[in-house]
Design a protein around this ligand. Structure first.
Ligand code: ZN
Length: 231
């Protein structure tokens, strides 16, 4: 049923949500995206939006995003000032946190790696008793075959993800057990930060505690860079 000019305008405004990378690119271009010629959808839950070389990579969760979030993607790419781009980035991250972006199903330890998990779990218990006075909670330790560049990772409970310590299988095999144990201790310092209500980072409190418990200072050993969220 047509009801004249007003309803025509309404119809123009209600475009169907994008379903593919091409749809999304068209929607973003309609909102002012200029510099980008290609769009790729990703499922990588650590990178929400990134761009370069005429290509934008967008987490597929943003397909369902409302127009203000799509506008934020455009500003993230095209914004004239760093302030604009930063605000857009914040809006994108906030939209992701509000669970438009489904986290990838958690990786499970490969059955062949269970002996490594058992050994890491026992080591966590021992180091907790020896170096932290038993103050840390017992947390799941997982061995990852996906983790390639980082040695390990501490994941605080947030965004629907459980607390866990992850150690790279490649790291254990390549660098040996003593080194992997040092990585575990490093991640336990992050666990201590988290359980003490501190930020999980590599700043002064981290370095102090790392020295106290005998972990190799992070300046000498790159263990786990902060996760890249966007840009
Ligand atoms: Zn770290």
């Amino acid at each position: 049923m047509r009801r004249g000019a007003d309803s025509d305008q309404l119809e123009l405004a209600v475009v169907p949500p994008p379903r593919t990378a091409d749809d999304l690119l068209a929607a973003l271009r309609a909102l002012g995206l200029r510099r980008i010629a290609r769009c790729t959808l990703t499922r990588n839950r650590t990178v929400m939006v990134s761009f370069g070389d005429g290509e934008i990579r967008v987490h597929e969760g943003y397909l369902a995003a409302p127009e203000p979030v799509l506008r934020a993607i455009v500003t993230f790419v095209e914004g004239r000032t760093s302030t604009d781009r930063r605000a857009a980035r914040q809006a994108l991250l906030a939209a992701a946190v509000v669970s438009r972006v489904e986290p990838r199903p958690p990786e499970r330890t490969h059955p062949d790696d269970e002996p490594l998990v058992a050994r890491l779990t026992a080591t966590h218990r021992r180091l907790n008793a020896e170096r932290f006075g038993g103050a840390l909670a017992s947390v799941p330790v997982r061995v990852s075959r996906r983790m390639r560049s980082r040695l390990g990772h501490y994941v605080p409970a947030a965004q629907g993800m459980p607390v866990e310590i992850v150690i790279s299988r490649r790291h254990i095999r390549r660098d040996g057990w003593a080194d992997a144990e040092d990585t575990l201790l490093h991640e336990m310092v992050h666990q201590w930060q988290d359980e003490s209500g501190l930020l999980v980072d590599h700043r002064a409190a981290f370095r102090r505690k790392a020295r106290e418990v005998g972990a190799t200072p992070s300046a000498k050993r790159i263990v786990d860079q902060p996760r890249r969220l966007a840009g």
